[in-house]
Write a protein that binds this ligand. Structure first.
Ligand SMILES: NC(=O)c1ccc[n+]([C@@H]2O[C@H](COP(=O)([O-])OP(=O)(O)OC[C@H]3O[C@@H](n4cnc5c(N)ncnc54)[C@H](OP(=O)(O)O)[C@@H]3O)[C@@H](O)[C@H]2O)c1
Ligand SMILES: *[C@@H]1O[C@H](CO)[C@@H](O)[C@H](O)[C@H]1NC(C)=O
Length: 249
C-alpha cells in the first residue's frame, strides 16, 4: 500500500520537478549565447521569414539595437502584426514589412528591385526563412519546395548557421514531429535561444576571416567531407545558376 502511494507521489512529483527545473535544463542543453554589445544605429537589416519563430526573435533583437529592420514575409498581414509588436517592445519605429515569397523568383526579384530603390546599403542579411517536411509541392518556377525555398530562394549565403533544435512552427507539416516537439518542449531551445547563432554571426566584430564557415551554438561547427568538397560545391553553384537562368562566371 505504502509502496503504491510512494509510486503515485513520485509520478506526481516528477512532472512537477521537470516543470520547475525546465528553464535550467533548457539552459544547460542550449549552449551558445551572443554576447556582443554592438549597437546598430544607422544600420539596415533584412530578415526573411521574420513573422514567426527564430526570424521574429532575430528581427526583434536587431531592432532593439537600433537598426532599421525589414521583415521580408510572404504574408504581409502576419508581418505587419509582428512589426507592430516589435515596435512596441523595442520602441524602434523603423521596423518595416515588405512582401517576399521565396517560392517565386518573380517575387524575389521584385523585392530586390524595390529594396535597391529604397536603400543605399544593406548591412545585415539574415536568410532565415525555410520550410521542413512540407508535402511534395512545387514553387511558382516548378522547383521542388524545399530545394526552391531553402536553397535556390535564399541564395548563396556567406555564413551557414544551425540554430539547434528549436520550438517553432517549422514542424507544422508533420503531426509526428509536432508531437515529438511537444513531448521534448522542456528541453529544446526557445526561438529566442535559437536566434543566438544568427545574431552572433551578424554582430560579432572580426568574424569576417571565418566567412563561409558553418556555425552552431555560436561557434564554428563541423561539416561532412561532402560539404567541404570544392568540386561538389562548384557543381552545386553551377547547377543552381543554371536552374535560375543566371549567367555563370
Ligand atoms: N526549428 C528548428 O529546430 C530548426 C532546425 C534547423 C534549422 N532551422 C532553420 O531555421 C529557419 C527558421 O526556422 P523556424 O524554426 O523559425 O521555423 P518557422 O517557425 O516555421 O518559421 C519559418 C519562417 O519562414 C517563412 N517562410 C516559409 N516559406 C517561405 C516562403 N516561400 N517565402 C517567404 N517566407 C517563407 C515562414 O513564413 P509563414 O509563417 O508565412 O509560413 C516563417 O516566417 C529555417 O530556415 C529552418 O530551416 C530550424
Ligand atoms: C569530391 O567529390 C568528387 C565527386 O564526387 C570526388 O570525385 C572527389 O574525390 C572528392 N574530393 C575530395 C577531396 O573528397
Amino acid at each position: 500500500m505504502i509502496g503504491i502511494l510512494l509510486l503515485l507521489l513520485l509520478l506526481l512529483l516528477l512532472p512537477l520537478f521537470l516543470y520547475i527545473a525546465a528553464p535550467q535544463i533548457r539552459k544547460m542543453l542550449s549552449s551558445g549565447v551572443c554576447t556582443s554589445a554592438v549597437q546598430l544605429p544607422g544600420k539596415v537589416a533584412v530578415v526573411t521569414g521574420a513573422n514567426t519563430g527564430i526570424g521574429k526573435e532575430t528581427a526583434k533583437e536587431l531592432a532593439q539595437r537600433g537598426a532599421r529592420v525589414y521583415l521580408a514575409c510572404r504574408d504581409v498581414q502576419k508581418g505587419e502584426l509582428v512589426a507592430r509588436e516589435i515596435q512596441i517592445v523595442t520602441g524602434n519605429q523603423q521596423v518595416l514589412v515588405r512582401k517576399l515569397d521565396l517560392a517565386d523568383t518573380k517575387s524575389i526579384r521584385a523585392f530586390a528591385k524595390d529594396f535597391l530603390a529604397e536603400e543605399k546599403h544593406l548591412h545585415i542579411l539574415i536568410n532565415n526563412a525555410g520550410v521542413m517536411m512540407c508535402p511534395y509541392s512545387k514553387t511558382a518556377d516548378g522547383f521542388e519546395m524545399h530545394m526552391g525555398v531553402n536553397h535556390l530562394g535564399s541564395g548563396v549565403t556567406t555564413y551557414s548557421v544551425h540554430p539547434g533544435t528549436v520550438n517553432s512552427e517549422l514542424v507544422r507539416h508533420s503531426s509526428f514531429m509536432k508531437w515529438m516537439w511537444w513531448l521534448f518542449s522542456f528541453f529544446i531551445k526557445t526561438p529566442q535561444q535559437g536566434a543566438q547563432t544568427s545574431l552572433y554571426c551578424a554582430l560579432t566584430e572580426g568574424l569576417e576571416v571565418l566567412s563561409g564557415h558553418h556555425f552552431s551554438d555560436c561557434r564554428v561547427a563541423w561539416v561532412s567531407a561532402q560539404a567541404r568538397n570544392e568540386t561538389t560545391a562548384r557543381r552545386l553553384w553551377d547547377v543552381s545558376c543554371d536552374l535560375l537562368g543566371i549567367p555563370m562566371d
